[in-house]
Design a protein around this ligand. Structure first.
Ligand code: COA
Length: 415
């Protein structure tokens, strides 16, 4: 079946996590993604956190599906010429080198424009223009600089980074949207453009609600849905809110049966206002449905700690899955805390292609996360990541190089 991005060619100069997540998505939507790597070593993640000797790591394989790999020495003059040919024939160049690296290679925006005025040049950088624009950045730096760490964790503890890779994979998503938008605009202007997704900006975009709260705090000095209310104190900046849901519907993580031995025997429980009477019935506190101290959301706000303690007395008598079944019957929003083991074994995620088993010639079978975005007219088939330089000859031939020329470039160390 045809794919949404059929015919789009991507020169993929990405490495580590942020850039590769972006180009992997584009490949899943049908783009021909040609990953350019350094001969001999390739993307540094190929050998990071290896679990099978001499096999590309899961770090690499899980971020580089459906791509082709060519090895080109971009510092070799002949290698640069090959890159120029690639630039002329591709629609998008995606890179996440440290600031200035592409310019140092000789591929400035002006030079790329000269070679291909229609080319879209898409970059991930740690920071946008400003005091930190020259800094190298990894995931957790972005989480800290983008406002996620200062607002995550508990009030009496230090800032905490999240397991979700919002700095890397989050920015990769932002960049992918920028690229397809630029491709769309190009259909009208016939021109390329630069696309920049800074990791700090991407994280801040995902922390939008916390900037909202900063302004609410400055105006009113208090935020009633935060656990600091009514007993704690608010400072000048948005505090860490523990497991509070942060919206108009208070929520918290509660222990379930087996919590003493199982670190994930917990459920997220939301006391959504429209189902309050049902919650009272389920936990055996029918009187709370009409008691003026509990009957309205405003009355409940100063009592949330005690309310959740009471609900927890009930959840502790059920496993998280039993609680989920019972609560869902009454439309009470809740969610089990699933471990990665439980997610890996989840049959429904396998059926939808969100968890996929892939076979690799060196490492054998492994699990990966498939395309989380499902298009009805452009289904995703997840294919294994390429071996280092696996497609060098194939791509060189497509670019018009003869077997003799390819051999000569190889002897010269250019490819
Ligand atoms: N052949 C020859 N040289 C190559 C090459 C190739 N095929 N591909 C890359 N290189 C060179 C680059 O030209 C650069 O050389 P230079 O520094 O002499 O100009 C060099 O390899 C290293 O690139 P760099 O990006 O600086 O790698 P690093 O390992 O030092 O830094 C990061 C890694 C992630 C910190 C950095 O790339 C960065 O800040 N990227 C932007 C933010 C980002 O994406 N971070 C998230 C990572 S998950």
């Amino acid at each position: 079946m045809a794919k949404a991005l059929d015919g789009v060619r991507i020169l993929d100069f990405t490495h580590v996590q942020s850039g590769p997540t972006c180009t992997q998505l584009l490949a899943w939507f049908g783009a021909d993604v040609i990953k350019v790597e350094r001969a001999g070593s390739g993307d540094v993640t190929r050998e990071q956190l290896r679990d099978v000797p001499d096999a590309d790591s899961l770090y690499f394989t899980m971020l580089n599906h459906n791509k082709r790999s060519v090895t080109i020495d971009t510092k070799n003059p002949e290698g640069k010429k090959v890159l120029e040919t690639l630039i002329k024939t591709c629609d998008v160049l995606v890179e996440n080198f440290a600031p200035g690296a592409l310019d140092r290679m000789g591929f400035t925006w002006a030079r790329i424009q000269e070679l291909n005025p229609q080319m879209i040049v898409a970059s991930v950088k740690g920071f946008g223009p400003g005091p930190y624009e020259d800094c190298k950045v990894y995931e957790n730096v972005a989480q800290c600089a983008g406002g996620a760490a200062s607002t995550t964790g508990f009030d009496d503890g230090p800032p905490v980074v999240t397991g979700a890779q919002i700095g890397d994979s989050g920015t990769g998503l932002h960049l992918a949207l920028g690229i397809v938008t630029a491709l769309f605009q190009r259909t009208k202007t016939n021109r390329g453009q630069k696309v920049l997704a800074a990791m700090q900006d991407g994280v801040l975009n995902l922390c939008r609600v916390k900037l909202r709260d900063q302004q609410r705090l400055e105006r009113t000095g208090v935020m009633k849905e935060y656990p600091q209310y009514p007993n704690g104190t608010f400072g000048e900046a948005v505090p860490r809110a523990g497991n509070a849901s942060g919206g108009g519907q208070p929520g918290w993580i509660l222990k379930c049966k087996g919590w003493e031995a199982d670190p994930n025997a917990y459920i997220y429980f939301i006391t959504q206002a429209p189902v309050w009477a049902k919650i009272c019935n389920v936990i055996g506190k029918e009187e709370w449905a009409t008691d003026p101290d509990y009957a309205t959301p405003a009355a409940r706000l100063p009592r949330l700690k005690d309310i959740f303690a009471e609900i927890e007395r009930w959840t502790m008598t059920k496993t998280k899955f039993e609680a989920m079944d019972i609560l869902n019957k009454y439309d009470i929003p809740c969610g089990p805390i699933l471990s990665m083991k439980e997610i890996a074994e989840d049959e429904s995620l396998r059926k939808t292609g969100t968890i996929v088993e892939v076979d690799h010639p060196v490492r054998g079978k492994y699990l990966t996360v498939g395309n989380p975005i499902k298009l009805s007219d452009s289904p995703t088939d997840v294919t294994r990541s390429p071996l280092l330089g696996e497609h060098t000859d194939e791509v060189m031939a497509e670019l018009g190089y003869s077997a003799e020329q390819i051999a000569a470039l190889r002897t010269a160390g250019a490819i």
